[in-house]
Design a binder for this molecule. Structure first.
Ligand code: G3P
Length: 226
């Protein structure tokens, strides 16, 4: 499963990219607005930090302007994935950009029929928003299961399921069990995934017992006999 980081905060991206576990980044207009920074400069900076796909969303809603914005964003760096909303104009733009060799992430997906359309439009990624479905009492992970089952029936579909609106490590585990290609994680969720109280407790016990040996590791040592 690929892990993308769902933020436009460059400091967070740098910090988490250093773990070596980050395969890409997703942004959206709300995440960009939160930074208070210039969008185009931020996209360029993120693309320089993370070599994987970096989703940058268009702001227009008509095809012609979305296409122009998408082409403009794609020129920033080769790893830009242009994000378009799952609307008729958005999918028309997806098809045009995909035909030009640009990665496209079709976002704001909330149903299986929408995901089928995204695949037909040649999307590189489709982003079903699991958290927002859960928020209204629907079952976001059931949608992921549906989409993975449908896509799995058609080997010709190259669109990757990019699980978005992830709220907790449980979402990541459930998405992985379903074989989703990508999960995009808020920084806090990725950090939560590292931690378990028994890991902390076990490590403390190991270190306490090691201290009792009075030994160090970084000292001359004989290599094992060949
Ligand atoms: O990439 C989409 C994601 O940022 C949406 O998450 O928490 O606003 O539903 P959320």
């Amino acid at each position: 499963m690929k892990f993308f980081i769902d933020t436009a905060d460059i400091a967070e991206i740098r910090d988490l990219a250093a773990t070596g576990l980050v395969d890409g980044v997703t942004t959206n207009p709300s995440l960009v607005a939160k930074t208070g920074r210039d969008f185009l400069e931020t996209v360029a900076e993120i693309c320089a930090v993370v070599p994987g796909p970096v989703s940058a969303e268009v702001a227009a809603t008509d095809h012609e302007t979305m296409l122009a914005e998408g082409r403009h964003l794609a020129r920033i760096a080769g790893n830009v994935a242009v994000k378009v909303p799952l609307t008729p104009a958005g999918l028309r733009t997806c098809k045009a950009l995909t035909d030009e060799g640009t990665m496209v992430n079709v976002t704001l997906c909330f149903s299986a029929p929408q995901a089928i359309l995204a695949a037909k439009a040649g999307a590189t990624f489709v982003s079903p928003f699991v958290g927002r479905l859960d928020d209204i009492g629907a079952d976001g992970m059931a949608l992921i299961a549906e989409i993975c089952a449908i896509y799995g029936r058609y080997p010709a579909i190259r669109t990757e399921v990019l699980v978005a609106s992830v709220r907790n490590p449980g979402h990541v585990t459930a998405a992985a069990k379903l074989g989703a290609h990508v999960a995009t994680l808020p920084p806090a969720v990725l950090r939560q995934m590292f931690h378990h109280p028994l890991t902390d407790k076990g490590l403390a016990a190991f270190l306490a017992d090691w201290a009792k040996t009075g030994q160090t590791i970084l000292r001359p040592a004989k290599a094992a006999a060949e």
